[in-house]
Design a protein around this ligand. Structure first.
Ligand code: GTP
Ligand code: ZN
Length: 356
């Protein structure tokens, strides 16, 4: 057991992973797990990490299920990470094919593969979570190579701890649709994410109208028609201004928490015909990886714990309530569909419980 657990260890592990260096993940009562992220590995790094060529592959349960590899294991633990046991033909190309769904349809995998119970389930789950935070594919090679960084599973909770957020700066920021607005930036000493609040109008003493907007570079900046983010963002500013006062939270949760590159991988899968839900699962992620505790913390720092919430997503209401914010009213926030996002909006309604 490590004596102290710091979110900085998680930050170092994320950095190591992105550079293609192996990390060791520890958890109480489990053997240490040393892994190399497949996305940032190459044949040379793999040969250094597993000199005898022997390695297993760690996948999320969703990715393994997509590859029809999860059914060999205990169905009673559906979210358990899955280990694909080494076979003589394993090489970098095979590891990449297991990790990356992009070529699933073009080049179906040839087995046989054998899956084995994961020896360190908590550490394995932590490694997959670190990959998501790093914006990488959640898939690893497991071997006995030397690690650049050791991280305890508990360090991730410290890294992600919303309570560590503080106000960093406030400034006046007139925006189109709301000339009387103030921007407030939040930072935590652990994570690099800088969340933003736009406080619009003047506090009236009544519960503010709030919008939780998750970052969407494609929709917010480029005007993507694939989603409804851009129009929702601007409509929220107008609605809050019209209400007299309220707060727009701009949360750095690109792609529902899987990061920009992984979201674009999901888009590439959508080009192959998968919907937004199935694309996330094929990649090995949860359908929605966001934690709305961050938003609750920001509202608390702004002194607001009773709000009216602009959303169609019941998970946002539940997430705020679970973190101590009272949502006195859900205000629908639906905008007209276009031919490119019709199917996306229907999927949100039919598969993720959006009240549209
Ligand atoms: N992974 C993934 N993320 C997407 C996709 N399309 C949009 N997003 C992300 O989804 C998030 C947008 O969700 P929001 O508008 O905050 O909210 P919502 O959950 O749809 O709920 P509402 O409050 O009702 O709008 C942004 O982070 C987008 O980048 C997709 O196909 N895949
Ligand atoms: Zn979007």
């Amino acid at each position: 057991m490590t004596s102290s657990v710091s979110g900085r260890d998680a930050a170092r592990a994320i950095d190591a992973m992105r550079r293609g260096w192996p990390i060791t993940v520890t958890a109480a009562d489990e053997p240490p797990l040393t892994v190399l992220a497949i996305e940032t590995a190459d044949a040379e790094r793999l040969a250094r990490f597993a000199p005898d060529g022997r390695f297993d592959v760690l996948l999320s349960n969703g990715r393994a299920a997509t590859l029809k590899l999860a059914n060999q294991l205990d169905a009673a633990v559906p979210d358990r990470p899955v280990v694909v046991e080494h076979a003589p033909w394993f090489d970098m190309a095979l590891a990449t094919a297991l990790a990356d769904p992009q070529l699933d349809l073009a080049t179906p995998l040839k087995g046989p593969f054998r899956t084995i119970p994961v020896a360190a389930p908590i550490a394995a789950g932590a490694a997959l979570q670190l990959a998501r935070i790093a914006g990488l594919l959640p898939a690893f090679v497991i071997a006995d190579g030397e690690a650049a960084q050791t991280v305890d599973a508990r360090a991730i909770a410290a890294h992600e701890d919303a309570q560590a957020l503080q106000v960093a700066v406030r400034a006046r920021l007139p925006v189109a649709g709301a000339e009387q607005a103030e921007i407030v930036a939040f930072r935590s000493p652990e994570s690099a994410d800088e969340h933003i609040a736009l406080v619009i109008g003047t506090a009236t003493g009544e519960p503010p109208l709030i919008r939780l907007h998750s970052e969407c570079l494609t929709g917010d900046v480029l005007g993507s028609l694939k989603c409804d983010c851009g129009p929702q963002l601007h409509a929220a500013i107008h609605a809050i201004a019209a209400a007299g006062w309220g707060v727009l939270l701009y949360l750095r949760q690109e792609g529902r928490g899987i990061g920009l590159v992984n979201k674009l991988r999901a888009y590439a899968l959508q080009d192959q015909g998968f919907d937004t839900v199935d694309a996330n699962v094929r990649l090995g992620f949860a359908i929605d990886a966001r934690d709305f505790g961050v938003a609750a913390r920001m509202l608390q720092l702004l002194g607001q714990d009773r709000v009216r919430l602009l959303t169609n997503n019941p998970a946002k209401v539940a997430g705020l309530e679970a973190a101590g914010i009272e949502v006195i009213e859900r205000v629908p926030h639906a905008l007209p569909a276009n031919p490119h996002n019709e199917h996306y909006l229907a999927t949100k309604r039919d598969r993720t419980g959006h009240q549209l």
